[in-house]
Design a protein around this ligand. Structure first.
Ligand code: FAD
Length: 306
């Protein structure tokens, strides 16, 4: 990878900020951003990839990935380690930074991030998704014991946990937590809407399945959190909510993009889960494909002088 070398000082909110120029900026080091980076490096392209959290993105939460070709079964964490090792072998450094706002000016995309300001011709937005917050009354004190992802809860042991949601992600979270805890999964319909393999595993691991659960309120008393549903309450130590996710596109203004994956206006590519709206299927393989497509498109645009 050719290293970005053009750097000077700019100002943001009147504070001096380092401004770095690069041909392509990738925001997000989940499967989509990582794949774009690996392909760009392979093509000898100049780029920078930034990430605000951990390398691997949402996949870090996965109990067991069984649908990625060549790897019959692997945990999300193990897969993320393989991603890291691949990045290292390809000579790619992921820069720790969080993009705050992107604007288009004089043919360039200008990304203001927490640490630096990036000026690029192309921008690959691989920012993934954000959890949906359900319409449940949640007391302020209970909020501290509620999570929307589980990558920070993997050491939790000997606790009682309520998982709210009936889809793949809710069941996947329940399985990860059920290794060391008593887990109850609450979903609104009479049957969960997820991969039957996950339901089978949940039953085998002793997860309690509670259907037709219309949760109204979550509150705290003493050390316990109470989940209230139709007059009954269930006391637990921790609540995990997984009722859907929506694309995380808050760094760009609505008029900068249309919808769907692939090339968009102003050299902007929205890829991976970020490109897939509510109710869409979102998988690692799809994100990886998007990343490779965006990188190849940028490379061929360069060859044709675009
Ligand atoms: C519990 C669970 C289990 C799953 N199991 C499977 C499975 O078995 N098989 C499968 O194929 N898929 C599975 N998935 C789905 C898979 O994890 C996602 O489809 C995939 O991770 C999407 O990749 P992505 O790169 O598009 O987004 P993400 O993985 O969400 O990565 C986005 C990255 O962007 C970063 N980011 C966001 N905003 C900014 C910003 N402003 N500045 C800098 N960085 C930013 C985030 O920190 C994150 O690292 C699972 C998901 C979950 C939650």
């Amino acid at each position: 990878m050719a290293l970005p070398c053009r750097s000077h000082i700019s100002t943001f909110w009147n504070l001096p900020m380092e401004m770095v120029e690069t041909k392509t900026l990738i925001i997000g080091a989940g499967p989509a951003g990582i794949s774009a980076a690996i392909e760009l490096a392979h093509l000898g392209e100049e780029f920078i990839i930034i990430e605000k959290g951990g390398i691997g993105g949402l996949a870090l939460n996965a109990f067991r990935v069984k649908n990625y070709p060549g790897i019959p079964s692997i945990t999300g964490r193990e897969l993320a380690l393989l991603f890291k090792s691949h990045l290292r072998q390809a000579g790619i450094k992921v820069t720790k930074d969080e993009a705050l706002k992107v604007r288009y000016q004089d043919g360039s995309l200008i990304t203001t991030a927490k640490r630096r300001c990036y000026v690029s011709k192309f921008l690959i937005l691989a920012t993934g998704t954000s959890p949906k917050i359900p319409n449940i009354e949640i007391s302020k004190s209970a909020a501290k014991q509620i999570s929307y992802e589980i990558k920070g809860l993997l050491s939790l042991a000997n606790k009682e946990v309520a998982v709210i949601g009936g889809g793949d992600v809710a069941f996947d979270y329940a399985l990860s937590l059920a290794k060391k805890n008593a887990v109850h999964i609450f979903f609104r319909s009479n049957r969960p809407r997820c991969n039957p393999w996950l339901i089978g595993e949940a039953r085998k691991m002793g997860v309690t399945l509670v259907g037709n659960a219309n949760i109204k309120k979550i509150f705290k008393e003493g050390k316990k959190v109470f989940v209230e549903l139709d007059g009954k309450t269930k006391a637990v130590d921790r609540v995990v909510i997984a009722v859907g996710r929506y694309p995380l596109l808050d760094v760009i203004d609505k008029d900068m993009y249309s919808t769907g994956a692939g090339p968009d206006i102003h050299g902007l590519y929205i890829i991976g889960d970020a490109a897939r709206g509510e109710g869409s299927k979102r998988q690692i393989g799809m994100a990886v494909g998007d990343g490779i497509c965006a990188a190849l498109d940028i490379y061929y645009k360069g060859l044709h002088g675009a």
